[in-house]
Design a protein around this ligand. Structure first.
Ligand SMILES: Nc1ncnc2c1ncn2[C@@H]1O[C@H](COP(=O)(O)OP(=O)(O)OP(=O)(O)O)[C@@H](O)[C@H]1O
Length: 608
């Protein structure tokens, strides 16, 4: 008797549910399902850690549907009086960290309940996530449709559950998917608040591929005598599924984009998810790859946290739907699409930068090699740097990687660089976007947990800036890490010296405003200089009357020292050129004017 057959499950599945699973071509259970479903369908709380793509979703969807069916139709084989669910009550709640994942889980429920026979009380799942619709609309839908299952993200679920129109008294089962993420600092308070609103006598299930990362925080969820279920890959040495091969490539930072483009053009794959560090970098490289290169064989999608929820959902759906044999599909994204996203025909994952949190590495890689399908994940590491230590570092975490030969970019790199330079020079706004993406990347790099491997001091700032297509280095504190002998003259990264004052926006209105501001600033500078001169004269005449010769000499000496110190500092920062200073001041001026430019960069990282 196979323990993996649905018909051998105890407690027995509701017949409609069994029929649905078979019809949906889930012929048997996966190991994690066989270990979890019997316990979670009965009266056990579960903590489930199992590799990516191993079928954790059904291992909570099936028990939730069993609980809901027991309550709505009575337990299988039992003659029970069924009491209808009161208005404003619901039975189950599933919490997920991202809107995409919540929506995907709702789809799994929906696909199964389509098989409910007519005449049975319908089982309805409601998606509860921010910005798709208002809280009021969510409440109206809930009360109108009598949905029994909520699936959503912590913020909106918290709001809904706090409403006086919603009663949590009938809740029988709660699931935290990607529980380690839900219990980390950014979600912890909201998730704890949700759980506190639920009855103590409920079943709770925590699920993730990296649940041990949550440590003791799992016990803050009110679990009662939980059973820990851990399903590793066949070879217990690996934290990744056996169907997934993970490789790394040592890449010259300056050639990272060329390597990526060359590789996706030459390698055979159907769908690829490519991870970039920040929202700004996804936006920026998406623009470059779509506008500058327009490769007809590649269909690119851009997905990140600064896109509206409905567009995010649409983009993901288009990526899922893409099936032309003439094209290769590439989803350019951030960690917003790292956990849980299940697109079965993704056969390649590329990470242009490793994630700041090493646990995220497995989640990203795990978007391929799912459900025993072969998949390949590749991460770029900066060659000749401490980043090479990432390989043994991950080995300790049971992630094995083999080296892939460096992709030869000698032909395409110079061509790409020239095209990108031309693209930059056409519009000042493009260069600003490049600077923003570059600054955002440096911020991202600072956040690496493994800071001895990803060292700010030894990052190749110049190579990276060239990869981002910068014409000139922006002034930022990290510039001090660039050795003075390598620092390019006046910060220029190209031999073409541009007058930043005449570098124009392509947008005419924007350019007009810039020129006006420039004139105003120049006039103000002249005025300030005149005022300073006058003030100096005044002080001089006053001081000549009052100061003794000795005091004057001491003061001069002090001023000279101050000047020397400033000069020294400027030298250390790699520039003493007035023009460069002016360019940087120009940027600062603009930053101030746009008030939140720096915040936006920060935001772009935080929002993922
Ligand atoms: N019993 C089954 N038989 C066949 N395919 C299955 C079965 N269970 C799940 N699958 C398929 O396996 C794939 C991965 O499942 P799922 O998304 O639940 O993985 P997961 O363990 O939650 O992964 P992650 O940790 O990445 O979220 C899905 O495409 C799903 O349809």
């Amino acid at each position: 008797m196979s323990t993996l057959l649905w018909e051998n499950l105890q407690p027995v599945l509701h017949p409609w549910l069994y029929e649905a699973l078979i019809s949906l071509e889930y012929p048997a259970m996966t190991p994690v399902q066989a270990s979890t479903i019997p316990l979670f369908s009965k009266n056990k709380d579960v903590i489930v850690e199992s590799v990516t793509g191993s079928g954790k979703t059904l291992s909570f969807v099936v028990p939730v549907l069993q609980h809901v069916s027991n309550r709505l139709y009575g337990s299988v084989g039992a003659e029970e009086q069924v009491v209808p669910l009161k208005k404003g009550h619901f039975l189950a709640i599933v919490v997920a960290p991202t809107r995409e994942l919540a929506s995907q889980i709702k789809d799994v429920f929906d696909r199964i309940v389509e098989y409910l026979p007519e005449g049975k009380t319908p089982i309805r799942t409601q998606l509860v996530v921010g910005s798709l619709s208002s809280t009021r609309q969510n409440l109206e839908d809930f009360l109108g449709s009598r949905n029994q299952i909520f699936v959503g993200t912590p913020g909106r679920l918290n709001e809904i559950l706090s409403s006086s129109k919603v009663s949590t008294l009938s809740v029988e089962v709660a699931v935290l998917d990607e529980a380690d993420r839900l219990l980390d600092l950014s979600f912890e308070t909201e998730v704890e608040s949700i759980l506190k609103m639920l009855p103590k006598q409920r079943r709770t299930g925590l699920y993730s591929a990296t649940l041990s990362a949550a440590g003791d925080r799992v016990f803050r969820t009110g679990l009662m005598n939980p059973v820990r279920i851990s399903v590793q890959s066949k070879s217990s040495k690996r934290a990744a599924p056996t169907s997934l091969s993970i490789q790394y490539m040592l890449v010259d930072p300056e050639r990272k984009l060329s390597t990526f483009r060359g590789l996706v053009k030459e390698y055979r794959f159907k769908k690829c998810i490519a991870y970039f560090p920040t929202c700004a970098s996804v936006k920026f490289f998406y623009e470059i790859l779509t506008k500058v290169f327009q490769d007809e064989d590649l269909k690119l999608f851009s997905l990140h946290g600064q896109i509206s929820t409905s567009n995010r959902m649409k983009t993901l759906q288009s990526f899922v739907d893409g099936d032309s044999s003439e094209k290769k599909y590439i989803l350019m994204t951030t960690d917003v699409a790292a956990r849980g996203i299940d697109v079965p025909d993704v056969d390649l994952v590329v990470q242009l930068e490793p994630p700041t949190d090493p646990d995220m590495f497995l989640h990203r890689c795990g978007r391929t090699g799912r459900a025993n399908k072969i998949g390949r994940a590749l991460v770029f590491l900066n060659k000749d740097s401490t980043e090479e230590d990432y390989v043994p570092f991950m080995e300790v975490k049971k992630v094995e990687m083999s080296e892939m030969d460096t992709f030869n970019t000698d032909k395409i790199h110079p061509i790409m660089s020239e095209k990108i330079k031309k693209y930059m020079l056409e519009d000042r706004a493009r260069h600003e976007a490049a600077v923003k993406a570059y600054v955002g990347f440096v911020r991202y790099y600072q956040k690496h947990i493994a800071s001895s491997i990803f060292r700010l001091q030894s990052l190749d700032y110049l190579g990276t800036a060239r990869m981002y297509g910068l014409l000139r280095l922006p002034k930022m504190p990290e510039t001090r890490f660039i050795p003075s002998e390598k620092f390019p003259q006046d910060g220029w990264l190209t031999d073409l010296k541009l007058d930043m004052d005449t570098f124009a926006y392509a947008d005419k209105d924007k350019e007009r405003v810039r020129l006006e501001t420039l004139e105003e600033t120049k006039a103000k500078l002249i005025k300030d200089a005149k005022t300073r001169k006058l003030l100096k004269k005044k002080n001089e005449s006053w001081s000549s009357k009052t100061e003794t010769k000795d005091a004057k000499a001491t003061r001069r000496e002090k001023q000279q020292k101050k000047r020397d110190a400033i000069q020294q500092q400027i030298m250390e920062e790699g520039s003493s050129d007035e023009d460069t200073q002016q360019d940087w001041k120009d940027m600062l001026r603009q930053n101030k004017k746009q008030k939140t430019a720096a915040l936006a960069v920060q935001g772009s990282f935080d929002d993922l």
